[in-house]
Write a protein that binds this ligand. Structure first.
Ligand SMILES: C[S@@+](CC[C@H](N)C(=O)[O-])C[C@H]1O[C@@H](n2cnc3c(N)ncnc32)[C@H](O)[C@@H]1O
Length: 231
């Protein structure tokens, strides 16, 4: 499948997702992102630094960042999510700059942001080459010394139970799951921390981390790689 086909398929999945599974809409920010942005685990620029949320979804993390006082921007492949999150920000009375993504390019200028957050997005650009292109783009829009905070799917995730190995890090979501519409998507999944780290070699400092949760249902376990990378 070409990067264009992957993009269009993924766009359709996320446009439909909001209509098909409205009850799964996320209202609260991710606990681990809250810890990273608020604790002393890694140095992060303080508000009012400029943040861009790549693939902001329901805007739950972006809302948290705006509430902390960051100047917020974001990009999404789903126009429906952009409209939804613009409405959320007008309700809370905070400014935000949300832009649509077409293909692999990120619709912001070079060296614009102090922080880029990409939370559970990278793997949807399902080939090694596609993912490398996105990482180059995330790097491009960061200022010198800016930081990227990213999570992406780990092989320990229950997605592995549904995936067929297509080679070179591409995995097809083959099996249906009644709780989502992601069957037919291609994910890129790095096989190890070292393999993932290598993809970020244009950054000056790269650290990897790991999140695992099993909320009493092993068939829905979550496992994520974390990446902290400084330009
Ligand atoms: C699993 S959701 C994560 C949403 C949000 N970041 C969060 O953590 O709640 C993945 C999101 O990434 C978006 N997405 C996928 N590929 C993208 C790309 N290349 N650029 C921007 N957004 C993308 C999808 O539309 C979807 O909203």
């Amino acid at each position: 499948m070409s990067d264009d086909e992957i993009f269009l398929k993924s766009k359709k999945v996320w446009e439909d997702n909001l209509k098909l599974f409205p009850h799964t809409k996320l209202r609260y920010p991710d606990e681990n992102l809250v810890r990273l942005m608020s604790g002393k685990y890694v140095p992060v620029p303080k508000p009012p630094a400029k943040v861009m949320d790549h693939g902001f979804g329901h805007g739950n993390n972006l809302w948290f960042l705006a509430d902390k006082g960051y100047e917020c921007s974001g990009c999404e492949i789903s126009e429906a999510l952009i409209a939804d999150v613009n409405e959320l920000f007008s309700k809370i009375g905070k400014p935000v700059d949300l832009r649509p993504v077409e293909g692999l390019k990120i619709p912001f200028d070079d060296n614009e942001f102090d922080i880029v957050v990409s939370w559970n997005v990278l793997h949807y650009n399902g080939t090694r080459q596609g993912v490398i292109e996105i990482i180059r783009e995330l790097h491009r829009v960061l200022k010198e010394g800016g930081i990227l905070v990213l999570s992406t799917v780990h092989p320990d995730s229950s997605f592995s139970d549904r995936m067929k190995d297509m080679g070179d890090g591409t995995f097809l979501i083959e099996k249906e799951n009644p709780h989502d519409n992601r069957q037919g998507l291609s994910f890129f999944v790095a096989g190890s921390d070292d393999e993932l780290k290598e993809l970020f070699d244009m950054f000056s400092d790269v650290k990897t981390g790991y999140i695992y949760t099993d909320l009493f249902d092993n068939s829905e376990r979550n496992a994520w790689y974390l990446v902290y990378a400084k330009k």
